[in-house]
Design a binder for this molecule. Structure first.
Ligand code: MTE
Ligand code: MO
Length: 391
């Protein structure tokens, strides 16, 4: 196997595909820490892990109708201010298994563990783009209508290389905290997660946070990559393997995440909680675009009545990590996940069906039932644990 940590991971992660290597942590371990240890962080790959030599690494930045600049790693690290952001990365295919139970979907059949939360450090992509010739005037059309395209080193299964793009308005806004990250949880970025340099685009689906970054192009159109144009779209339910091309041009490439929450403890694979003992139900929640999680409701009776969970909402944006008082302002971005806990003093009844649903600051919540889509993305329907199924 050419994947660096594949063999060690087998004990810690549930391996969903060997080549390319795709693996996710078990739910109870996932929410043991606010900041996911690197060893438990999910791994999502569309190709083999490249081996890049930091001494020879270069990042090329191209501005259409403008200059091209080639940066060495040490230049990127030395010439720009360092910033730290706590941000969750969630794959749009998280909980694909739930849609696959409705009807067969196309993609790696992920459980609910393709989300993890880390402290990323690096430089703001905005600073590097401005130093590479992006017009400094925010009234320039670049800022409203253009896109920032990312291409990776290495091969990928469905295209020449992995690639994606985000809106220039996101990448160029310093408050959006889009980073060129060199470190994860204070350690040099592991090979599996993009060594020596990856993009972190907080608040949007993981697919846009391109690992092993090779080129960044500021251009008037979206990325032409398979992963932008063909994949990571919520196709309508009538789309299938034979007709899906009909929908590629009219359905948007996903950016911001939707509102999501999952119960991580108990699970249907772990021993049934004793019905007369106090028990703490635990899980994670997140929304898109840095929108705050305002509330997580937990039901013991399949959604008839609801309890309110206690929230653990960390300081995550670069501004708030410098000045934590900013974390409570409604303008502040919440890039990290919110962990939650719900203490049930009377114990969990034998035949309980647990449900959770999160509400974000925009008043959005999760649908009670999934709507099937062929690529199996963005499943945020009510997450349920049927206690009767526990061993
Ligand atoms: N970048 C490259 N170069 N190749 C990839 O396959 N996968 C993307 C993104 N960046 C990918 C990539 C997807 S779909 C996700 S969800 C995240 O990386 C996963 O990041 P992780 O493996 O660090 O958890
Ligand atoms: Mo993904």
């Amino acid at each position: 196997l050419n994947e660096p940590t594949a063999s060690r991971d087998r004990d810690v992660l549930l391996v969903r595909a060997e080549q390319p290597f795709n693996a996710e942590p078990r739910l109870p371990q996932l929410v043991e820490h606010m900041v996911t240890p690197v060893t438990r962080f999910f791994k999502r790959n569309h190709g083999p892990i490249p081996t890049l030599d930091p001494a020879n690494y270069t990042l090329t930045i191209q501005v259409v109708d403008g200059p091209t600049t080639v940066w060495r790693l040490d230049q990127l690290q030395m010439q720009f201010d360092t910033h730290e952001v706590m941000a969750a990365v969630q794959c749009a295919g998280n909980r694909r298994d739930g849609l696959n139970r409705v009807n067969k979907v196309k993609g790696v059949i992920w459980g609910p563990g393709t989300i993890s939360n880390a402290v990323w450090s690096g430089v703001k992509l905005r600073d590097v783009l401005v130093a590479s010739g992006v017009p400094a005037d925010p009234a320039h059309s670049t800022y409203q209508q253009w896109h920032v395209d990312f291409k990776a080193y290495g091969l990928s299964a469905e295209d020449e290389c992995y690639g994606s793009s985000v809106f220039a308005s996101k990448a160029l806004n310093p408050h959006e905290d889009v980073l060129l990250a060199f470190k994860m949880n204070g350690q040099v970025l592991p090979r599996d997660h993009g060594y020596p340099c990856r993009v972190i685009v907080p608040g949007v689906i993981g697919a846009r946070s391109v690992k092993w970054l090779r080129t960044v192009t500021v251009q008037p159109h979206e990325s032409l990559s398979f992963y932008q144009r063909r994949d990571y779209k919520v196709l309508p339910p009538q789309a299938n393997a034979t007709n899906l091309a009909l929908y590629w041009d009219t359905i948007s490439a996903l950016q911001a995440m939707n509102v999501q929450s999952v119960i991580c403890e108990p699970t249907e694979d772990s021993p049934r909680p004793l019905d007369n003992q106090p028990y703490t139900i635990k899980g994670y929640a997140i929304s898109g675009g840095g929108c705050r999680i305002d509330r997580v409701d937990v039901s013991l009776d399949n959604g008839k009545t609801w309890l309110v969970a206690r929230l653990f909402r960390p300081v995550s944006s670069s501004a708030a990590r410098r000045n934590p008082e900013l974390n409570d302002l409604p303008t502040t971005k919440h890039w990290a996940w919110t962990l939650w806990a719900c203490q049930v003093e009377s114990g969990i009844p034998k035949n309980a069906v647990l449900v959770c649903r999160a509400w974000d600051a925009n008043g959005n919540t999760q649908p009670s039932e999934p709507t099937w889509n062929y690529r199996g993305v963005m499943n945020n329907s009510w997450f349920k644990v049927d206690i009767a199924k526990c061993p």
